[in-house]
Design a protein around this ligand. Structure first.
Ligand code: NAP
Length: 490
């Protein structure tokens, strides 16, 4: 029993979450899908109220937030479709054979089952799609988990309004009252929730220090649990010479808008550009500078993010080896920022650790490499990433397949001739990557595969038919895809 205020609240919330889980996890897939659709419907019904609230709290544009809300609704409906189809449970059946020699083969069947209550930390930079009813919540509910949302303090009112829509959906769909809960509070409450014995897993998007703190809290627990933290990424973009020669204008245009999209407050922001020295690079730099001139000032999400950005830019500027390509003028209006683009030689980048850190905002650093070997050294030294991009022709890809191979080894998603911002919500998406981009590179936090974070495989050996889950019964009543004696069948 916890004695302090946060501990007592965590006890109460997690007791409710466990009770809800015990009922919710047993509810049939059609009803759960209906519940997800009802949440989507209730959010849509409240769109007119939600958008102005989110604009006020996050300072993001109306167009961006309208799009993000639609994405959030589509995401909930996508998980409902996944549930109705049903094959995501990864069912496999190995029929028993009493005649098998030298000893009889038992009847063994397997499927994925939910782990238990999940804590979701809302992210500041996506008040809808990675927050209260965002991807973590939608995937956990689809998996059959109850969810406790720790609201992000930068958009409490938006978060509470979304939770109200979820509560209405709980009532309309006859789901257990505490299937989803919403709490507001300090670091201490976050810690108490992560360390509570009834908690089975954690979803987080935010800073490296925040994600690492949650991983450490979980490691201190008597019973370990997974923490799926999406933390920091600088998303290296390699500008290959043949492509740059003929496409430098388009590359500059695409990158200028990607670097500054949403004031650069995206985990997929292209924060690092890599190129070989040469004439084509000079043309690109000139055009990037031109494009940056027309980018208007944008207000950042919250005071903390703004202060971090200004401080980090200050540190880059104090480095005499760094050349400034573009710096927007200082602004008097609070929390407004303009782009900052810098350039550095690869040898300096390799030497200075602070240049490799994520700077969350409209910033990117161009690293100029003397030759291919230097470019490879830079890529090899970069930590795990969510994405890496190639701006390359077929000829570049053929000539530099060794560089491409290194790119593949450091990131969860590789993009050709496009920008990393914009993460499609679909089955094939990987929004994850080697540490420190995320805490577990085997999983994604976007797309239908995100559901796999909240489940574990359970094997049923020698079970009578009537006691097996429907997913594993001989006659396949749910008509799902299953691996039966090593053959895919429906
Ligand atoms: P944050 O500081 O990591 O906070 C996110 C959530 O985690 C908040 O609910 C916060 O609690 C909680 N938290 C953070 N540290 C904690 C700790 N030690 N113990 C318990 N809970 C903790 O993220 P943010 O506020 O969104 O932005 C801060 C910085 O994070 C930015 O400047 C940027 O560098 C980075 N960021 C990165 C990404 C990305 O996608 N890579 C996204 C957003 C932010 P409280 O509510 O109590 O503050």
């Amino acid at each position: 029993m916890n004695e302090n205020k946060e501990g007592k609240l965590a006890d109460e919330v997690m007791h409710n979450a466990l009770m809800a889980f015990e009922k919710y996890s047993l509810i049939d897939k059609k009803s759960k899908a209906g519940f997800l659709k009802e949440i989507a419907k209730q959010i849509e019904l409240n769109r007119i109220e939600l958008i102005p609230l989110a604009i006020e709290e996050s300072h993001l544009s109306e167009a961006r937030l309208q799009g993000e809300l639609t994405r959030t609704i589509n995401q909930l409906n996508l998980f409902a479709t996944l549930l109705l189809e049903g094959s995501w449970v990864d069912a496999s059946i190995d029929i028993g054979n009493a005649q098998q020699k030298p000893y009889p083969k038992p009847d063994v069947r397997k499927m994925l089952q939910p782990m238990g209550p999940i804590i979701v930390f809302g992210a500041s930079n996506f008040p809808f799609a990675f927050s209260t009813a965002g991807g973590d919540t939608a995937s956990a509910l689809a998996a059959g988990a109850s969810v406790v949302i720790k609201a992000h303090p930068a958009h409490y009112r938006t978060s509470s309004a979304i939770f109200k829509a979820i509560k209405t959906a709980i009532a309309f769909s006859n789901m257990p009252e505490f299937t989803v809960q919403h709490v507001e509070g300090s670091f201490a409450l976050g810690k108490a929730l992560v360390q509570h014995s009834f908690t089975s897993g954690v979803g987080f998007t935010g800073s490296f220090s925040g994600g690492k703190a949650l991983m450490n809290y979980a490691a201190e627990r008597e019973k370990p649990i997974p923490v799926f933290a999406e933390m920091s990424s600088i998303n290296p973009t390699v500008l290959y010479p043949d492509y740059l020669k003929t496409n430098y204008l388009q590359v500059a245009e695409k990158l200028a808008s990607s670097i500054t999209l949403g004031a650069g407050q995206f985990c997929t922001n292209p924060g690092l550009l890599l190129a070989l020295d040469g004439d084509e690079l000079d043309g690109f730099i000139e055009e990037l500078r031109n494009k940056m001139q027309s980018i208007p000032a944008q207000k950042m999400l919250h005071e903390g993010i703004y202060k971090n950005y200004i401080e980090a830019i200050g540190q880059v500027k104090r480095n005499n080896d760094v050349e400034i390509i573009f710096e927007g003028n200082d602004l008097s209006s609070e929390m407004d920022v303009l782009p900052f683009i810098a350039k550095v030689k690869a040898a300096v980048f390799l030497d200075k650790n602070h240049l490799k850190d994520e700077i969350f905002g409209p910033y990117s650093l161009l690293v100029v490499c003397k030759n291919k070997e230097e470019l490879k050294s830079v890529l090899k030294l970069i930590a795990g990433q969510l994405t890496t991009t190639l701006m390359a022709t077929e000829k570049d890809m053929n000539q530099h397949s060794d560089i491409l191979h290194i790119q593949q080894s450091i990131a969860g998603r590789i993009i050709v001739n496009d920008v990393p911002t914009g993460v499609e919500v679909c089955s094939s998406m990987v929004h994850g990557g080697p540490y420190p981009a995320t805490s577990d590179a085997r999983y994604t936090s976007v797309g239908t595969a995100a559901i796999k974070r909240w489940v574990r495989p359970v094997c049923y050996q020698g079970f009578p038919q009537q006691h097996l889950p429907d997913e594993l019964k001989n006659d396949n009543p749910l008509k799902i895809w299953r691996l039966e004696n090593n053959e895919w069948k429906k």
